[in-house]
Design a protein around this ligand. Structure first.
Ligand SMILES: Nc1nc2c(ncn2[C@@H]2O[C@H](COP(=O)(O)OP(=O)(O)OP(=O)(O)O)[C@@H](O)[C@H]2O)c(=O)[nH]1
Ligand SMILES: [Mg+2]
Length: 526
C-alpha cells in the first residue's frame, strides 16, 4: 500500500492539509510578486508537511540529536533496552541514522526518513507482552553528531530535523553551552518548543549538590536563546538515573499523537510568517487616494476657471462657448505620481512594481481625462425666464412712454397748461409702468444670476464626475486588481487554524505541547 493511501485523514489532518493548500494558493495568486526565495521556502515547507501528513499520524518520530559523545546512542540503547546503536570511544561514532521502531508497519516512513534498511530494528516482539505498550507507535532515531567534523553527518542531521515530530537534544555536562548547538540549531527553533526536549545526559558525572544549579544554568541558556518552556530532562544512560522520566516523556508524546500535528502546524505557521514578509501589513486606502487624485485633476484641468467662465457667460447673457479641458499634461503626470506614492509607497517593492505596471501611463491618463472632460456639455444659454421677464420689462417701458405722452398731451391741452383729474390718472399710469418695467428688469437680472451660479456648480460637479470616471478607469481599477491579490495573500498569512493550534496553556491531553510538558520546567533525575 502506498504511503499516501495510508493516510488517516481525520478533521485535524484535513485542516492542516487545507491550510497547506491555502498557502500554496496564495503562492499562485502572489505569483512573481512574491520573491522566489520566499516562494521556494514556503513550497519546501508545504511539501514537507504534506509528506509528513501523508504518512499519517500513527507514528511518532522522535530524534536524538546533539554533539558527538553526548551519549545519543547510549540513550537510544537504554530506551530500546537493546545494544543496537554503536557506542564508542572513537569520535564521532554514529555515522548513519539508526532507528528503533515500536511498530510493525513503519518501513514507508523509515524509507521517507532515509534510514538505511540495515540500521532499523523493531523493538516490540511477542515476547514483550505489554511491557513496551507505552511506546507503541514510536520511531526513535539516533542521529549522527550535528557538530561533526564529517560534513555528511551534519547534512544528515539538517535533512532530518524538519522531518521529525519531536526533537530530543542530548547534551552532556561539559558541552551543554556549545555555541554550534545554540546558535545554529536551538535559536532557529523558537516557536517549536512544544516539539522538543533538552536532555542533560551523563548526570552521574555531576555531584548531587551541583545538579540543581547546573539545570538552572541550562534553563537560563535556553531562555537566552529565546526558547520558552522547553522541557528539560536530566538522566544518565550509564546509571539509568532519570531514564524512567525520559521514557515517560516519550510515552506521553506517543500517547499525545498530536506531535505530528503540532509540528505540522508550527511548520505551516513558519511558512505563513515567511510569506508575510513579502506583503504589507495592510492595503493602502484607495478611496482616499482616488479623491486626492480627482482633486488634483480638477486643479490641473482648470475646472474652477471654466465654471467661473460659464457663470459669467450666463450672468452677462454673453452666451460665449465654454469648454472643459484640456488638462495640463505635466500636472496630470504629477497627479499620477502622487497616486503611485499614495497606493504603492508602503508596499513591498514587487507589489509596488506590479501596481506601477498595472496603472495607465501618464500620456494615456491625459488623453483619458481629456476624452472624459470633452463629453461634459457646458450650457451658457441664458435662462428662458429671464428673456420673458426682459420682454415684459420692454412692454412696460413702451407702456410708460405712451402713458407719458398722453400725460404731456393732457397737461398742455387746447386751453393751455392745466392739471386736471385725467392728467393725474395718466401720470399715475406712467409711474406704475416705469416701476413695473424696473421691477421686471431686476427680476430678469436676479434669474440670470441665480441660474448662472447653479450652472457653475453643475459644471464643476459634472467635471468632477468625469474626472472621477477617468481616475477610476486609469488608476483605481488597475490598482485595485493588484491590491485584491495582495489582500488575499496577506490574509492567508495570518495564522489561522486556532482550532488546531496548541497554546501553552491548553489542557487537551491529545497534544504534546500540553501533555508531555512536565509541570516543572526542569525535571530532576529520578
Ligand atoms: N558517565 C557516563 N558516560 C556516558 C553516559 N552516556 C554515554 N556515555 C559515554 O559517552 C561516550 C559517548 O557515548 P555515545 O552514546 O557513543 O555518544 P554519541 O552521542 O552517540 O556520540 P556520536 O555517535 O559520536 O555522536 C561513550 O563512551 C559512552 O559510554 C552517561 O550517562 N554517563
Ligand atoms: Mg552515536
Amino acid at each position: 500500500m502506498s504511503a499516501a493511501r495510508r493516510v488517516a485523514q481525520g478533521p485535524r489532518t484535513r485542516a492542516l492539509l487545507a491550510r497547506a493548500a491555502e498557502l500554496e494558493g496564495a503562492l499562485g495568486i502572489g505569483a512573481d510578486r512574491i520573491p522566489s526565495e520566499v516562494a521556494d521556502a514556503v513550497r519546501a515547507t508545504i511539501a514537507n508537511v504534506r509528506g509528513r501528513l501523508e504518512l499519517g499520524v500513527d507514528h511518532t518520530v522522535v530524534a536524538l540529536a546533539g554533539g558527538t559523545g553526548s551519549g545519543k546512542s547510549s540513550i537510544f540503547n537504554a530506551l530500546s533496552r537493546l545494544e543496537f546503536a554503536d557506542v564508542g570511544v572513537r569520535r564521532p561514532t554514529t555515522a548513519e541514522v539508526t532507528a528503533c521502531v515500536w511498530a510493525r508497519d513503519a518501513d514507508p516512513l523509515l524509507d521517507w526518513l532515509g534510514v538505511p534498511t540495515d540500521r532499523r530494528i523493531e523493538r516490540e516482539s511477542a515476547l514483550d507482552g505489554d511491557t513496551e505498550a507505552d511506546l507503541r507507535g514510536l520511531v526513535l532515531l539516533d542521529l549522527p553528531d550535528h557538530d561533526s567534523i564529517e560534513p555528511e553527518h551534519r547534512a544528515a542531521v539538517d535533512r532530518l530535523l524538519p522531518q521529525v515530530d519531536l526533537l530530543v537534544w542530548v547534551v552532556d555536562p561539559q558541552k551543554y553551552a556549545d555555541d554550534a548547538l545554540h546558535n545554529r540549531y536551538l535559536r532557529a527553533l523558537i516557536g517549536h518548543e512544544a516539539a522538543m526536549y533538552l536532555l542533560l545526559n551523563q548526570i552521574d558525572t555531576v555531584p548531587i549538590d551541583a545538579q540543581a544549579s547546573l539545570l538552572r544554568d541550562v534553563d537560563r541558556l535556553l531562555r537566552g536563546d529565546g526558547l520558552v518552556d522547553v522541557g528539560v530532562l536530566a538522566a544518565s544512560a550509564r546509571s539509568g538515573a532519570g531514564m524512567p522520566g525520559v521514557r515517560a516523556a516519550l510515552a506521553r508524546a506517543v500517547a499525545g499523537r498530536g506531535v505530528a500535528e503540532v509540528r505540522a502546524k508550527a511548520e505551516l505557521d513558519d511558512a505563513a510568517r515567511v510569506l508575510a514578509g513579502g506583503v504589507a501589513v495592510q492595503e493602502p486606502d484607495v478611496g482616499a487616494a482616488a479623491s486626492r487624485a480627482v482633486d488634483g485633476l480638477v486643479r490641473a484641468a482648470g475646472i474652477a476657471a471654466a465654471a467661473a467662465a460659464a457663470q459669467a457667460a450666463i450672468r452677462t447673457g454673453a452666451g460665449t462657448t465654454v469648454r472643459l479641458g484640456p488638462v495640463q499634461p505635466d500636472r496630470a503626470a504629477a497627479v499620477r505620481q502622487v497616486w503611485l506614492d499614495d497606493v504603492a509607497g508602503e508596499l513591498p517593492v514587487r507589489w509596488a512594481d506590479a501596481v506601477m505596471a498595472a496603472v495607465t501611463d501618464a500620456a494615456a491618463l491625459v488623453s483619458s481625462v481629456d476624452t472624459h472632460l470633452g463629453a461634459v456639455h457646458v450650457s451658457t444659454r441664458a435662462p428662458r425666464w429671464s428673456a420673458v421677464l426682459r420682454v415684459l420689462a420692454g412692454l412696460a417701458g413702451v407702456l410708460a412712454l405712451a402713458a407719458a405722452g398722453f400725460t404731456a398731451g393732457s397737461l398742455a391741452g387746447d386751453a393751455g397748461w392745466h392739471w386736471d383729474g385725467r392728467t393725474t390718472m395718466l401720470a399715475a399710469v406712467t409711474g406704475a409702468a416705469v416701476a413695473l418695467g424696473l421691477l421686471l428688469l431686476g427680476a430678469a437680472r436676479w434669474v440670470r444670476r441665480s441660474v448662472a451660479g447653479r450652472r457653475a456648480q453643475a459644471v464643476a460637479a459634472s467635471a468632477r464626475l468625469a474626472l472621477a470616471a477617468a481616475v477610476d478607469a486609469a488608476l483605481v481599477r488597475p490598482t485595485t486588481a493588484v491590491l485584491e491579490d495582495h489582500r488575499t495573500v496577506r490574509e492567508v498569512t495570518v495564522p489561522v487554524l486556532a482550532e488546531v493550534s496548541t497554546s501553552r496553556g491548553e489542557t487537551s491531553t491529545s497534544r504534546v505541547g500540553a501533555s508531555t510538558r512536565a509541570p516543572d520546567k526542569v525535571v530532576s533525575p529520578a
